[in-house]
Design a protein around this ligand. Structure first.
Ligand SMILES: [Zn+2]
Ligand SMILES: [Zn+2]
Length: 192
């Protein structure tokens, strides 16, 4: 376990978030606080190379997301970071082995509540305020399909239309044949 004090731990983790994001902004400060709170609640060690027991569901793809990735070590490529884009400043931290999950959401409009606050002031305020005062924190239950879990692929198919490979059971079945999402539903791209 870390022997750092509460504030030293915050500074250490904020530095990691800064390195990933490129700067310290408001979202990075909040995201760092959220991730630290969740990791502690779930009894997880910081700064591990691999954490195969944690999945984070992110509800936004803004600055906060990078802080959570930096602190938890969860990432898209490890299949431990899932984007559920509700456009909300919130994330759920799910411990696979025990099924425990904590959802943490920002409960205030920071910009209107602290219009004059500098980033240095925000760092100080957030560092020294208990998470419970900054956020709504809920215990939740997660339903997750086994095809979404980390580890070896459980299903691999080829699209019967475009022939491209489809991992993790993302295909649709059309007349019993696998069809990828872009062939089936239409795509975000157009071939030119
Ligand atoms: Zn930012
Ligand atoms: Zn296809």
């Amino acid at each position: 376990m870390s022997k750092l004090s509460e504030t030293e731990l915050f500074d250490e983790q904020l530095e990691k978030a800064k390195n990933l994001h490129g700067e310290v902004c408001g979202g990075i400060v909040s995201g760092t606080k959220m991730a630290i709170h969740a990791m502690k609640e779930l009894n997880m060690d910081f700064n591990q190379k691999k954490n195969k027991d944690l999945i984070v569901f992110l509800e936004i793809d803004r600055c906060m997301a990078d802080a959570i990735q930096a602190v938890t070590g969860c990432s898209l490529g490890k299949r431990t970071l899932k984007l559920k884009n509700y456009g909300k400043f919130a994330a759920t931290f799910y411990k696979i082995s025990t099924g425990e999950a904590i959802r943490i959401a920002s409960n205030k409009n920071e910009k209107s509540e602290y219009p004059e606050e500098t980033i240095e002031e925000k760092i100080k305020r957030v560092k020294n305020t208990p998470s419970e005062e900054l956020f709504n924190i809920q215990k939740v239950k997660i339903r997750i399909d086994e095809n979404e879990l980390p580890g070896r692929p459980r299903d691999e198919k080829f699209c019967s239309i475009c022939s491209e490979q489809i991992m993790d059971s993302k295909q649709n079945l059309v007349s019993g044949k696998p069809v990828c999402k872009s062939c089936h539903e239409g795509s975000y791209y157009e071939i030119i």
